[in-house]
Design a protein around this ligand. Structure first.
Ligand SMILES: [Zn+2]
Length: 419
C-alpha cells in the first residue's frame, strides 16, 4: 500500500468525525463584527489539537482593544527534527448571516444535507481549519511519521484586517522566519486551486471643505458635495481608463479583476437623510475611495497618482479646500508557483484528484500579507476546501467530498514538505 493509499483510507474512516467537528465549529456564531464567542471557538479548536498531541497556547493581542475579547489558538506538533516547520493557519471569525429570510438552512445550525454542510463560515473558512487538523491526524492514523514539525493556528478578525489575529502571531514570533518554513492559509479557494498571492489595496479618504449658505441662494456658498461630484467624475473619466489598461501578469481570478481599479466606496455630505431637511448648502463632503493595485505598480506611484488628480481638481476650483488621508495600504504579494509549498500542493492535487491544479491569485487581500511582511515567511500560499462564490452569501456551504479531498491533499503536501 502506498502512502497516498494509506492517507486516503485514513481520511475515509475519519470522514464523519471531521464533518462533526466542522459542524461544532459552525454552531459557535463567531460573528465579526463585533467578534462574538471567540474564546469558545478557540477552546474547541485548542482542545482538539491537545487531543491530537499538540502543545497548545492561547495568544491574545498585546495592546487592549475595544469590543469582545480577542483570542487566537496556536498548536505545535513536535516532529523528529526541529526544521522544517509547516504552519497551517485558518481564521474562525465569520461575517454576519445577513437577511435570515434569504437562508433555507439555519445559518448556525451546522446542518448536513445533500452531501453538504451548510452554514455561515463553513467554507470561509472553518472547513479549512477542520481539514488541516484532520489532515495531520490522518497521517498519524495511517501509521506514518513526520520528520519535521507541524504548527497550526486558528485566528480572529481576518474579515476586518487580521490585526488582532495573524498579525499578532507574526509580531509575537509564532509565525516567523526563525521558526517557520512553509505556510498554508486555508481560505476557500477550492479543492483544485492554489492561490499564490493577492493584489494591493490603497484606501483614501478625501475631504472637500466649502462654505455653507441658504439653499435658495447657493451662489453665496461653496458647495462641497457638488465639488466632490466633479472629482468623482474626473476620477472616473481620467483615471478609470488608465487603470483598466494596466493588466497584471498574476493569474488573478476572476480574470475581470486582472487590471487595476478604483471604486467609490462611501460618500457623505449634507444633513442626515432621516431628519427634517432645512435649506443648506453643504460645506463638507467626505468620500472614501478603494483603489486596488497590481504587483506591477508601486504603492508610492499609486499614492502620487491619486494625490495628483485631487490636486488638479483643487487647481481648477480654488474655492474648495481639499485633503487626502490614507486609511489603509496593503502591498501586493505573491510566492512563486514553483516554490516548495505551492509545488507540494500541486503534486498532491494531481495525485488526489487526477487532474492538474490551477494556479490563481486573489483579487482581494487575505492574511498572506501579514505572513510575508510581518512574519518574513515568503513560502506562503492559500489552499482550502469550499468555493469563494458561496462565501459571505446566504446558504453558504462546503461539499463534504471537497472537504475529504482537501484533507487528503493537505496530508500529502505535509508528507512531501516534512518527510
Ligand atoms: Zn476567509
Amino acid at each position: 500500500m502506498s502512502d497516498a493509499d494509506r492517507i486516503r483510507a485514513a481520511v475515509d474512516t475519519q470522514r464523519d468525525e471531521c464533518a462533526a467537528f466542522l459542524a461544532e465549529l459552525v454552531r459557535i456564531p463567531t460573528v465579526n463584527p463585533p467578534g462574538d464567542r471567540y474564546e469558545d471557538c478557540a477552546r474547541l479548536i485548542g482542545d482538539r489539537l491537545t487531543a491530537f498531541g499538540y502543545a497548545v497556547q492561547y495568544v491574545r493581542p498585546r495592546a487592549p482593544r475595544d469590543g469582545p475579547p480577542r483570542v487566537n489558538v496556536f498548536g505545535r506538533l513536535q516532529g523528529q527534527v526541529a526544521r522544517p516547520t509547516l504552519h497551517f493557519n485558518g481564521h474562525f471569525d465569520v461575517v454576519p448571516a445577513g437577511d435570515l429570510a434569504a437562508w433555507t438552512h439555519t445559518p448556525f445550525g451546522g446542518e448536513i444535507a445533500d452531501g453538504r454542510l451548510w452554514g455561515r463560515g463553513t467554507g470561509d473558512q472553518k472547513a479549512g481549519i477542520a481539514a488541516s487538523i484532520y489532515a495531520i491526524e490522518a497521517i498519524r492514523r495511517a501509521g506514518l511519521a513526520l520528520r519535521g514539525c507541524v504548527e497550526q493556528s486558528a485566528t480572529v478578525d481576518e474579515e476586518s484586517g487580521g490585526f488582532a489575529g495573524v498579525a499578532e502571531l507574526c509580531d509575537q514570533g509564532f509565525i516567523s522566519a526563525g521558526r517557520t518554513d512553509h505556510v498554508i492559509i486555508t481560505e476557500p479557494l477550492d479543492v483544485d486551486r492554489v492561490c499564490i498571492g493577492h493584489r494591493g489595496v490603497y484606501w483614501a479618504e478625501v475631504t472637500a471643505r466649502g462654505v455653507t449658505a441658504h439653499g435658495s441662494m447657493p451662489d453665496l456658498g461653496r458647495n462641497a458635495a457638488q465639488a466632490m461630484a466633479r472629482l468623482v467624475t474626473r476620477i472616473e473619466h481620467e483615471l478609470g481608463p488608465k487603470l483598466e489598461a494596466r493588466i497584471t501578469a498574476m493569474p488573478v481570478e476572476p480574470p475581470a479583476a486582472r487590471h487595476a481599479s478604483i471604486s467609490l466606496n462611501a460618500l457623505h455630505a449634507g444633513q442626515p437623510i432621516d431628519v427634517e431637511q432645512t435649506p443648506m448648502v453643504p460645506d463638507l463632503c467626505v468620500a472614501i475611495f478603494d483603489r486596488r493595485f497590481i504587483a506591477e505598480e508601486s504603492s508610492g506611484d499609486v499614492r502620487r497618482e491619486f494625490d495628483a488628480i485631487v490636486a488638479q481638481e483643487a487647481a481648477d476650483d480654488g474655492d474648495i479646500r481639499w485633503s487626502v488621508r490614507e486609511l489603509m495600504l496593503v502591498e501586493p504579494t505573491a510566492t512563486p508557483a514553483d516554490g516548495p509549498v505551492a509545488q507540494a500542493l500541486r503534486s498532491a492535487i494531481q495525485a488526489v484528484l487526477g487532474r492538474p491544479a490551477a494556479i490563481i491569485a486573489s483579487p482581494g487581500t487575505y492574511d498572506q500579507k501579514h505572513v510575508v511582511r510581518r512574519g518574513g515567511v515568503a513560502d506562503c500560499v492559500a489552499y482550502g476546501p469550499g468555493r469563494l462564490e458561496t462565501a459571505h452569501r446566504p446558504d453558504e456551504y462546503v461539499d463534504l467530498e471537497d472537504l475529504a479531498n482537501a484533507t487528503q491533499v493537505m496530508a500529502l503536501a505535509a508528507l512531501a514538505l516534512l518527510g
